[in-house]
Design a protein around this ligand. Structure first.
Ligand SMILES: NC(=O)C1=CN([C@@H]2O[C@H](COP(=O)(O)OP(=O)(O)OC[C@H]3O[C@@H](n4cnc5c(N)ncnc54)[C@H](O)[C@@H]3O)[C@@H](O)[C@H]2O)C=CC1
Ligand SMILES: O=C(O)C1=NCCCC1
Length: 309
């Protein structure tokens, strides 16, 4: 990908070469057609009230490719400074003929990479044509994977990071493969940014519409509970809102539910061409994560492993 890029150019066409991205595009397009060949219920979530956590179950069956998969993901809101991870996932692949489990995989990398790859698809379609500034809010696992995928797929003049812990943001910047500006506040970080990724465990809005440049694209990855927020009402109501799944957003996204914002389209509808990409407007892609994304990602990993046996 890096070889294909010219300075200052968004190398959107080269995204196709990134096989995870093209697999995700295909399956999300198919999902938005609501055909019988793809079964994915809305995530079941078991609250662990006593421990401030949740266990999510994410099954999916892709009949055309005969992929049967489920992910189990535990996610928590931890106290600042806790050494425990906030998100832990395990992915099971089955032989759909017999129901036998063919693989048990750690889901950390799959979750990190597929989420960032889906956000990159949203950015490819929705960010300003000559996007120069990428801003990451949060410095955890998703911020790292978004940095990696976004800087491989696109060319930015500047990458900024804000985190509620300045030390973590500085650590993030040191570990990044290129220059990253650490910003002291969300407001300063997002000012003039063309693409903003929110990847935090916040449950109250931290990104306000009044700070966001008109025409910017926001990929909102956190706030995956119906009463959690990352984005304020102004941003949600003024932007054109895209989601990964309408049913998922209606059940789980506090940013969608509590703001009363209208969902304009699913990412898959844009991919299929049945709904337009309103690139000239301020856009929000509200990501919640889907079992079908894990299924195609796990199959890629499994096939690669199999080919090496
Ligand atoms: N949309 C999707 O498909 C997926 C979404 N997620 C969600 O993405 C978010 C980030 O996940 P990870 O990077 O794995 O978590 P992480 O724990 O590695 O990083 C979380 C980041 O959020 C920051 N943070 C925590 N509480 C905050 C608050 N109240 N205000 C501002 N910043 C805060 C932390 O300092 C850290 O920088 C979580 O909400 C997680 O549930 C995770 C996986 C998939
Ligand atoms: O899709 C996922 O995986 C997750 N989504 C939201 C919460 C954490 C994991």
């Amino acid at each position: 990908l890096k070889r294909c890029r010219k300075k200052g150019e968004v190398s959107v066409t080269h995204l196709k070469r990134y096989s995870l991205i093209s697999r995700l595009e295909a399956v999300m397009g198919e999902f938005s057609q609501r055909g019988a060949g793809l079964v994915q219920p809305v995530r079941s979530v078991v609250p662990l009230q006593k421990h401030g956590g949740f266990l999510g179950l994410m099954p999916a069956y892709l009949a055309h490719e005969d992929i049967l998969c489920t992910k189990m993901v535990a996610f928590y809101q931890r106290e600042q400074g806790s050494s425990l991870p906030t998100t832990q996932a395990t992915v099971l692949l089955f032989d759909p003929v017999s129901g036998v489990v063919s693989a048990v995989m750690d889901g950390e990398v799959i979750t990190a990479r597929r989420t960032a790859a889906v956000s990159a698809i949203s950015a490819k379609l929705l960010m300003p044509r000559h996007a120069e500034i990428l801003c990451l809010l949060g410095s955890g696992h998703q911020a790292v994977s978004h940095y990696e995928v976004f800087t491989q797929a696109f060319t930015f003049k500047e990458v900024r990071v804000w985190s509620r812990s300045k030390e973590r943001a500085e650590e993030f910047a040191r570990a990044a493969g290129g220059p990253v500006t650490v910003c002291p506040s969300v407001k300063e970080a997002v000012e003039g940014a063309d693409v903003i990724v929110t990847a935090t465990n916040a449950s109250e809005p931290l990104l306000f519409g009044k700070w966001v440049k008109s025409g910017a694209h926001v990929a909102a990855v956190g706030a995956c509970r119906p009463d959690w927020r990352e984005l304020d009402d102004d941003l949600m109501r003024d932007a054109v809102v895209y989601v990964d799944s309408r049913e998922g957003a209606a059940a789980e996204s506090g940013d969608v539910i509590l703001s009363g914002a209208e969902v304009f389209a699913e990412l898959g509808e844009m991919i299929n061409g049945s709904m337009p990409a309103q690139r000239d407007k301020t856009t929000v892609f509200k990501s919640l994560g889907m079992g079908i994304q894990d299924a195609v990602s796990a199959k890629l990993v499994y096939d690669k492993w199999k080919s090496q046996q």
